[in-house]
Ligand binder design. Structure first.
Ligand SMILES: Cc1ncc(COP(=O)(O)O)c(C=O)c1O
Length: 474
């Protein structure tokens, strides 16, 4: 027994002393700065041979320990050459940002003190900071002062929370009896251009994927409200139970905003929950100039905004907010003798889908604290200006803009005669000079480009245009 309590061989590696920690931390800090510079100067796409990675991985049998220095260098090298670089200024991708520095600082702090955010008794300061940030964002979006919410792992968890809230709000017995509590099958509505994770969410909530009604768009990518009304009426006629309308404020494919005020009115008239999925587009609430694009968001029953998208925190940082402050503790109520507190409206484990929780909100707290809403306004306005400039350049070269990049997402069609959109995207990505995506807009293939990096420059845009042009003419 005595020897079990003495120093063990791996202790100095698992729990190094201060000098060793400092040595490795300093080395990592310097090394990661070098890596960032190399990434920005190199290809956006992976160059690593996956076969040789698998061979190397097969040698990690986890029987023979290896020196930590060697492991760190090995891992950094693999990630440097083995991923699409979201931190590259010519990654014009799927809403995944290059993280802002204050968010990285937050992660360092959180990594070191590792707060457990399940209960306010364990981490009172961290819970209070997160709650403060959520209130500030909810109020900036126009929700009432007593609106509540929390940080989530991302937009999908936030949207899942919205569906659970809607189901419980419309039928409180759903909490106990699930779908069986309803007199017919519960159904909900969103546009066919929504983020399609709603299918998985319907599955998780136990109402089944068939519960999702994908409403047609109006030719400009917005949910067609006449179609929405007819779909609700048809469902009622068949004995189904409409629950919720989800408007997307910034579609994933094209950054289009559904008609929020009209959807709010339909939801109110029909007694339905109105959720606004502003996972990406919600960031424009920071800008006095652009926030009008989301007019009507303030009437929502609930809102999703991802901090890890346009607000550019590190990954795994969504937000859910609702104007019904007590509902979350009805949906997620639970008690366990071992938990040190159980406070409705405060303790995250009784108000959110998660139990053990990482402190996420510090990322946005530090970023907002350091630059304020005005700082973020400049960030989002710059992205929109970059995409508007890109649109003008491509139009001058004969391309057609399928949408207006009001939320920094541009969808374009190439001029006739050259390669089609999908081929162009394939070639651009294969070149490693930029990363863009194929998409569909109103039934047409388009090239989708989004300003996700706060430091992309007009030179980066010029390089993108040149790469797209040569991919088109190859
Ligand atoms: C509009 C919208 N909603 C939800 C999501 C899902 O968010 P997450 O990937 O953070 O789960 C996305 C992701 O791009 C999105 O664009």
């Amino acid at each position: 027994m005595g020897s079990l309590l003495g120093p063990f061989e791996s202790r100095s590696t698992l729990f190094p002393q201060r000098d060793e920690r400092q040595r490795l931390n300093d080395w990592l800090t310097r090394e990661m700065l070098d890596v960032s510079e190399r990434i920005a100067a190199g290809p956006v796409t992976p160059t690593l041979d996956l076969e040789s990675l698998r061979t190397e991985l097969s040698k990690f049998d986890f029987e023979t320990p290896r020196p930590i220095d060697e492991l760190l260098s090995w891992t950094i090298d693999k990630l440097e050459r083995g991923i699409v670089h979201l931190t590259h200024p010519r990654y014009f991708g799927l809403f995944n940002p290059a993280p802002v520095f204050p968010a990285e600082c937050a992660d360092r702090i959180v990594n070191a003190v590792n707060p457990q955010l399940a209960s306010s008794a364990t981490s009172p300061a961290a819970v209070a900071i997160e709650a403060h940030v959520i209130r500030a964002v909810a109020q900036r979006a126009g929700l009432p002062k007593d609106a509540s919410g929390h940080f989530t792992s991302g937009g999908s968890e936030a949207n899942f929370t919205a569906l659970l809230c809607a189901l419980t709000h419309v039928e409180p017995d759903y909490a106990q009896r699930g779908s069986r509590a309803f007199t017919g099958s519960p159904v909900f509505y969103t546009s066919r251009d929504c983020h399609i994770a709603w299918l998985k969410i319907a599955h998780q909530a136990g109402i089944g994927r068939l519960a999702l009604r994908l409403v047609a768009t109006d030719g400009c990518g917005r949910m067609d409200t006449a179609e929405l009304k007819s779909a609700i009426a048809a469902d009622r006629a068949q004995g189904h139970v409409p629950i919720m309308i989800v408007s997307t404020a910034g579609t994933t494919g094209a950054g289009v905003v559904d008609p929020l005020p009209e959807c709010a009115v339909i939801a109110r008239d029909q007694g339905l929950w109105h959720h606004v999925d502003a996972a990406w587009g919600g960031a424009v609430i920071a800008s006095d100039r652009l926030r009008g694009l989301l007019r009507g968001i303030e009437q929502a029953d609930s809102i999703t905004i991802d901090a890890h998208k346009w607000l550019a925190t590190t990954m795994g940082c969504g937000m859910f907010m609702t104007r019904h402050p007590n509902l979350l503790s009805t949906v997620f109520q639970i008690s366990a003798a071992f938990m040190p507190s159980n406070i409705a409206g405060l303790d995250p484990y009784v108000n959110t889908a998660q139990w053990s929780r990482r402190c996420l909100g510090l990322r946005l707290f530090l970023a907002l604290g350091a630059v304020g809403w005005a700082g973020y306004a400049a960030h989002v306005e710059r992205s929109v200006a970059l995409m508007e400039g890109l649109k003008q350049q491509l139009i001058a070269l004969g391309w057609t803009a399928a949408n207006d990049p009001v939320l920094a997402v541009l969808c374009v069609e190439p001029p006739p005669g050259g390669a089609p959109a999908r081929k162009i995207v394939e070639r651009v990505v294969a070149s490693g000079r930029a990363w863009i995506a194929p998409s569909r807009f109103e039934g047409r293939d388009v090239v989708r480009i989004c300003a996700t990096h706060g430091e992309s420059t007009v030179e980066d845009i010029a390089q993108l245009v040149a790469t797209m042009e040569s991919a088109r003419c190859l």
